[in-house]
Design a protein around this ligand. Structure first.
Ligand code: NAD
Length: 267
């Protein structure tokens, strides 16, 4: 029996990263899109708020240097709906270079306690955070396999998955974000033979509008008290980690969970 030595394939110059959750103005997704565009990626900026993400993509496109061959396309999609995901990928196939990376950032919180969470809310939280990540992974991974150069998948959990509840979310969110960790490990195990890596990030409190409004300084101070760096994080600090995880430099990093939480959890 001959032993096949797998080689690392360089990424093509023209390559696409899909970033979900790019609709929110102060969200992590937009920071990631900006960072990846600055690093040469074409980007499908996906979000359930199609109008917001299309306007954002137009803004980024207008900022591209003259003669740039990069493309930035806003794609409206409910990631938890198979038909919507199929339609989104039909557009991505038609309008963008080959898919090499998928960054699953779209997610929803749930402030409901164990007795407050209804069956409907549970399903929605699991569907968006969990099933949505799976549907996007299935569609993107097929394209990565066809592309033949491997790929990068980055999923988003939360330190709430470790704590069982957090500053803005409780049991349902913790369960869904823990599911994302298991999903990532399965993805890494099953797709590794194709040169595809899958990793999951666990942000601590990040200064976005996920809680429905800008964090007050008082709230930030309260959240910072048990963080060694004594502050909440900024979206660009999460974008920096994601930029590494989708790069060629992370080619032997797979199946791992990385906290981006100012040292709140050490393991
Ligand atoms: N901000 C934090 O403190 C924090 C901490 C831990 C984990 N996270 C996770 O990081 C990710 C990004 O968080 P954020 O703070 O930027 O959130 P955000 O609320 O600012 O942005 C989330 C985006 O996801 C989109 N979205 C929601 N449901 C969708 C669906 N069904 N299909 C497509 N798009 C959908 C929203 O429209 C929004 O644009 C989320 O998965 C979140 O759970 C955030």
């Amino acid at each position: 029996m001959s032993l096949e030595i797998k080689t690392i394939q360089p990424f093509p110059a023209q390559r696409t990263a899909i970033v979900t959750g790019a609709g929110a103005e102060r969200g992590i997704g937009r920071r990631v899109v900006r960072k990846l565009v600055s690093e040469g990626w074409s980007v499908a900026a996906a979000d359930i708020d199609g109008a917001a993400t299309e306007a954002f993509a137009a803004e980024i496109t207008a900022e591209l240097p003259e003669g740039s061959t990069q493309k930035v396309v806003g794609v409206g999609v409910d990631i938890s709906d198979q038909a919507a995901v199929d339609a989104a990928f039909a557009r991505i196939d038609a309008e963008l270079p080959p898919v090499v990376a998928l960054v699953n950032l779209a997610g929803i919180p749930s402030p409901h306690s164990i007795f407050e969470i209804t069956s409907e809310i549970w399903d929605k939280v699991m569907n968006v955070n969990g099933k949505g990540t799976l549907l996007m992974t299935q569609a993107a991974a097929k394209r990565m396999i066809d592309g033949g150069v491997g790929g990068r998948i980055v999923n988003t959990s939360s330190i709430t998955a470790l704590d069982g509840g957090g500053t803005f979310s409780k049991t349902g969110y913790a369960a869904a974000k823990a599911a994302v960790q298991g999903l990532t490990r399965g993805t890494a195990r099953e797709l590794g033979k194709h040169g595809i890596t899958a990793n999951v990030i666990l942000p601590g409190p990040i200064d976005t509008d996920i809680m429905g409004g800008t964090l007050t300084d008082e709230r930030k101070a309260g959240m910072s008290s048990n963080i060694p760096l004594e502050r909440v994080g900024q979206p660009e600090e999460v974008a920096g980690l994601i930029s590494f995880l989708v790069s060629e430099d992370s080619s032997f990093v797979s199946g791992t969970s990385i906290n981006v939480d100012g040292g709140k959890h050490m393991h």
